[in-house]
Design a protein around this ligand. Structure first.
Ligand code: FES
Length: 201
């Protein structure tokens, strides 16, 4: 029996149950990732990438982040799955949906536009990484798989260019993940590019 989906907070969209963010059963799951050409309309069946070791799918209907953490730590690594959802945009706006990557990394949730502003590669193919200096971890970032630009997963700022990626707030409620429809970093200045809403590479 599926768990009941809690009511989404105002301004948030349901991204899926926490169990969707568990590592996929196959270690080669990244090879099965699809990009924006998939054409599916189901936001909860979008691309996923995982570098966490293979684990069995959960048997419980409700999975919390504690389960998620325990699952990956059992395997000796942190989870690093990035799932892509589609957020409907207000009527008349182009593109009509915004593709957003959602990740649970080092015990925190992150969400950011899935399109690298450099040449449009899918950031869901990238790698979550610690942002650190002098041995101190200041936050989390995502490194694009194509040319290794890295963006702060919270502020959206690039570490080497003026480009900024939209980042979104994430809430976990009763085993379900919700993502804010509007970016949380609109106040951060810098050029942004979405290549018409579709990943280019
Ligand atoms: S496309 Fe992302 S760094 Fe070049």
């Amino acid at each position: 029996m599926a768990s009941t989906i809690p009511t989404a907070p105002d301004g948030y969209i349901h991204a899926g149950p926490v169990s969707d963010f568990l590592p996929t059963p196959s270690p080669s799951s990244s090879a099965s990732e699809t990009n924006g050409d998939s054409g599916t309309d189901n936001a909860n069946e979008q691309d996923t990438t995982s570098v966490c070791p293979a684990v069995s799918a959960p048997t419980t209907t409700t999975t919390t982040t504690e389960t998620l953490k325990a699952s990956c730590k059992t395997q000796g690594e942190e989870g690093q799955l990035i799932k892509v959802i589609e957020i409907p945009q207000p009527a008349g706006r182009y593109p009509p949906v915004k593709r957003v990557a959602v990740s649970f990394f080092h015990d925190k949730w992150y969400a950011f536009i899935n399109i690298c502003p450099h040449q449009g590669s899918a950031l869901s193919r990238g790698t979550m990484t610690d942002i650190e200096d002098m041995g101190i971890v200041w936050g989390a970032g995502v490194t694009c798989s194509l040319h290794s630009w890295t963006f702060d997963a919270s502020s959206g700022q690039s570490d080497s260019t003026r480009f900024v990626i939209d980042t979104h707030d994430v809430k976990e409620i009763d085993g379900h993940v919700f993502v804010s429809q509007k970016p949380k970093n609109a106040h951060i200045a810098g050029p942004r590019r979405d290549f018409g809403g579709r990943e280019m590479n």
